[in-house]
Design a protein around this ligand. Structure first.
Ligand code: SF4
Length: 446
């Protein structure tokens, strides 16, 4: 069902090339020399993994690039993904002292990328020595950022680490969920290779609960870590959502990440339901695949939309149309999507989270002609799997953990990333995984 005009390979390549270009050596050193090496490093405090930012920047300024990469990895194993996908303007760069002075902050994300790119292009030399093997084994379920970070740290602590991944290609969200113009699949796989190089074993195509039972994992390993992320977006629950041409945003983004762009199904006129960062990724990707018109339909107003400013600007630059205070009530079509019926909303009283509720305006229905609908209503937890782990407590659809050790209500099980926080940034998952490794080490040695 490819309704948009096909582009040439060159056009696809251009549309999906990375938006942020890498520093040259001279420009990286010049930028590093702008850093004031603040004694209290507000940038470091603002980074969820607390990378020693001023130190890694200083090392770039003095040409010690491997030392710089080591400083970064000391705090964050998922450093390339974070450098390319973190919302730096609200984290490290947002806290840079230059912002207060009304000047451009240090480009911390790009400098981090410079150091890590150099590490990979230098053939990933050994920077860390693992402790001798301690005879204990940890099983990790899922191979996304939290799991990789946990596995890397445990391996250096002397544990045998076995990651179980149901997909044939590892990396989870870093591989499959980040828009290609931010980061390629190949970049994520470099990170996976590095972590394998630390001694972490990754078995792909293995679904826990099918290919191997949860009981077997408990028997095989001294502790388990769950880093399974979240599942697909919640359904729209409106008539017509089973029509051909309706797809979840994550599945759509995953198809785009295959990088076989001419074979991805995309409509000529596309509606994306929801206005979070995932919606924006899906919308801009549809546009870059050749869709003529892409409309984001969001039930609240511009000021309540969850997408960050950078994403919003990108969408507007790509010509995405926003329909605020609008809710879809029906997808219309015979066999495939022909249009969506929507209603206009006004904002009512705040809900439990303090966000004003959208209230439909009577007799305000109208039709938007579209031939594809992508829905991104927030990913759902993988409750079936979570409930298959004995004694695991969940609260508000999140796995409950101790916020220091990341131990769950089942002492032998630890967890981190989106399954415990409901869906935050990769950098939060990188932090959780590393801290959980220390929690597991403490538990197995106490
Ligand atoms: Fe450098 Fe800005 Fe961090 Fe200060 S706050 S150490 S200037 S990056």
């Amino acid at each position: 069902m490819n309704l948009a005009d096909k582009l040439t390979q060159e056009e696809y390549k251009k549309n999906f090339e990375e938006l942020v270009s890498p520093f040259t050596n001279n420009s990286a050193v010049a930028e590093a020399n702008r850093c004031l090496y603040c004694y209290d490093s507000p940038c470091m405090k603002a980074c969820p993994t607390h990378i020693d930012i001023s130190t890694f920047i200083k090392k770039i300024a003095t040409g010690n690039l491997l030392g710089s990469a080591k400083t970064i990895f000391d705090s964050n194993w998922i450093a390339l993904t974070c450098a390319k996908s973190c919302p730096v303007e609200v984290l490290c760069e947002g806290a840079c002292v230059y912002v207060e002075k009304g000047e451009k902050p240090i480009e911390i994300g790009r400098l981090q990328r410079f150091a890590i790119d150099n590490y990979f292009s230098s053939g990933m030399p050994k920077l860390f020595n693992a402790k001798p093997k301690n005879g204990k084994s940890v099983g990790i379920i899922g191979s996304g950022p939290a799991s990789l970070a946990c596995g890397a740290e445990l391996s250096l602590l002397g544990y045998d680490v076995q990651i179980y991944e149901s997909n044939e290609v590892p990396g989870g969200l870093s591989t499959w969920g980040i828009a290609p113009y931010k980061m390629s699949k190949a970049d994520s796989l470099k990170e996976v290779e590095m972590i394998k190089g630390l001694g972490v074993n990754i078995q792909t195509g293995v679904t826990v609960g099918e290919s191997i039972s949860v009981k077997e994992l408990f028997n095989k390993h001294d502790a388990l870590f769950i880093g399974i992320g979240l599942g697909e977006s919640g359904r729209l629950s409106i008539p017509g959502e089973d029509l051909e041409g309706v797809i979840g945003a994550l599945k759509f983004i995953e198809n785009v990440k295959e990088e076989n762009w001419s074979s991805v199904n995309v409509g000529r006129h596309v509606a994306v339901i929801g206005a979070g960062n995932t919606s924006i990724d899906a919308a801009t990707e549809a546009k870059r695949l050749g869709a003529e018109e892409v409309i984001i339909v969001y039930r609240r107003s511009e000021s309540e939309m969850p997408a960050n400013d950078w994403e919003y600007r990108l969408a507007k630059d790509d010509g995405i149309i926003f329909r605020f205070l609008t809710s879809p009530i029906e997808i219309i079509g015979n066999k495939s999507v022909e249009s969506i019926k929507c209603t206009k909303n006004k904002l009512g009283e705040p809900d439990k989270q303090g966000r004003k509720k959208p209230v439909p305006i009577p007799n305000s229905e109208f039709i938007i002609p579209v031939d594809m609908v992508i829905y991104a209503l927030g990913q759902q937890p993988k409750l079936k799997f979570i409930n298959s782990i004995p004694d695991l407590k969940i609260e508000s659809n999140k796995v409950l953990v101790n916020n220091v050790t990341f131990q769950t209500s089942n002492p032998k099980v630890f967890a981190g990333g989106d399954c415990i926080n409901g869906g935050k940034e990769v950098v939060n998952a990188a932090y959780d995984g590393k801290q959980a490794a220390y929690g597991i080490d403490k538990f197995l040695n106490s």
